[in-house]
Design a protein around this ligand. Structure first.
Ligand code: FMN
Ligand code: SF4
Length: 343
């Protein structure tokens, strides 16, 4: 776990990744980052994590997924984001930008798909093209802002994963129906980003390995999409799933490992990062020895930004008890668990 590893040309000091974690700290009116970001990312950057993936950033105003989400939709966003990358780099760490469009989960009423409290708007060809371009332009901004890599968010039921699943994608045109058609959007976004940032810039995708328990997108389908991305030159894939923040019992750690294991068989040498319920160093080491290139964590780093250093000094397990109070708060991301002595 403590050996360096590569994602494309990027050299990570170890095999730990901080999975993207929404901060709920941006100015709500315009998506610019606030001073609170600085201490959050400085603490993470001082913690020896191989790669920090920042919380999802909306690529277009209408793709903003929740209040106080940060944006990368306009050039005006670059200045604040650059301050974060600078601070992380000065502390000796690497940082990636996660790009997202909320689709049906967007705050705006302008976009996409079914949601009970919203009218359904079927995206036109032009809407889809605009979003593809929006991802490309956002990627270029991320590069200008100094990020070391980009991650495309295609998991957790947001727009790109809505298109992947036949439970949510009911289209009958070239963007729906067969798996090839449902994956067309994600592949188009990847190609657009690749042509914007160039062949040497690391690009990752976070994807549901399957939609279990919805049974819309299976591990077999996930394997095919991941293999297509690998063939296109994707640098790494992070495997997650629906209901991403599950409770974790020691016997149910690494709850997405079974689907990730299937997917790994289809992606050749492309590195796979696994997220979801990883808590003990022993389990991480076992998975590393088997098929996982990088171990990704979210809630453990909310509770202990310096967890990697603690592991190095002999700690065996994260203190995070997966109570999800941080997830449910939806105002500011921190550990609210009452026995946390660092509160
Ligand atoms: C407060 C909070 C915010 C999150 N924000 C994001 C996000 O911005 N992007 C994302 O891909 N996943 C997000 N997630 C999901 C995590 O990245 C991760 O996939 C999930 O929590 C499972 O990993 P864990 O068991 O290590 O927490 C968030 C989770 C939490 C608890
Ligand atoms: S609030 Fe609960 S789930 Fe969140 S970091 Fe703290 S212990 Fe972990």
């Amino acid at each position: 776990m403590f050996n360096p590893g590569n994602i494309g040309l990027l050299k990570l000091q170890n095999r730990f990744i901080r999975s993207a974690t929404a901060e709920f700290m941006a100015n709500d009116e315009n998506g610019t980052v606030t001073k609170e970001y600085h201490s959050l990312y400085l603490n993470l950057a001082l913690g020896d994590i191989g790669l920090i993936i920042q919380g999802h950033l909306y690529v277009m105003d209408e793709g903003k997924a929740h209040k106080h989400m940060a944006g990368i939709a306009h050039d005006a966003h670059i200045v604040g984001l650059r301050q974060i990358t600078k601070l992380v780099h000065e502390a000796g760490s690497l940082i990636a930008a996660q790009l997202n469009h909320g689709g049906a989960f967007s705050v705006s009423t302008k976009t996409a798909s079914p949601r009970e409290d919203k009218e359904i708007k079927v995206m036109s060809e032009e809407d889809i093209e605009n979003v593809v371009n929006g991802f490309g332009e956002a990627a270029l901004r991320a590069k200008k802002a100094g990020y070391d890599a980009i991650q495309i968010h295609s998991a957790h039921g947001y727009l790109l994963s809505q298109f992947l699943s036949n439970k949510t994608n009911k289209r009958t045109d070239s963007w729906g129906g067969s798996l090839e058609n449902r994956a067309h959007f994600l592949l188009s976004v990847y190609q657009e980003i690749r042509s914007a940032v160039g062949s040497n810039y690391p690009v990752l995708v976070k994807m549901n390995g399957s939609d279990d328990p919805l049974e819309g997108f299976t591990a077999g389908e996930g394997s095919k999409v991941a293999s297509w991305l690998a063939n296109e030159g994707l640098d790494a894939i992070e495997i997650s799933g629906m209901r991403s923040t599950r409770t974790v019992k020691p016997e149910r750690e690494a709850y997405f490992a079974p689907t990730a294991r299937i997917i790994k068989q289809h992606i050749g040498d492309m590195p796979l990062a696994l997220v979801g319920g990883l808590r003990s160093l022993a389990q991480m080491q076992e998975l590393r020895g088997e098929f996982v290139s990088f171990i990704s964590m979210c809630r453990p780093f909310i509770r202990e930004p310096n967890l990697v250093q603690k592991f190095k000094s002999g700690k065996k397990r994260s203190d995070c008890i997966s109570c999800n109070q941080c997830y449910k708060a939806r105002n500011i991301t921190k550990c609210f668990e009452k026995n946390n002595n660092d509160l």
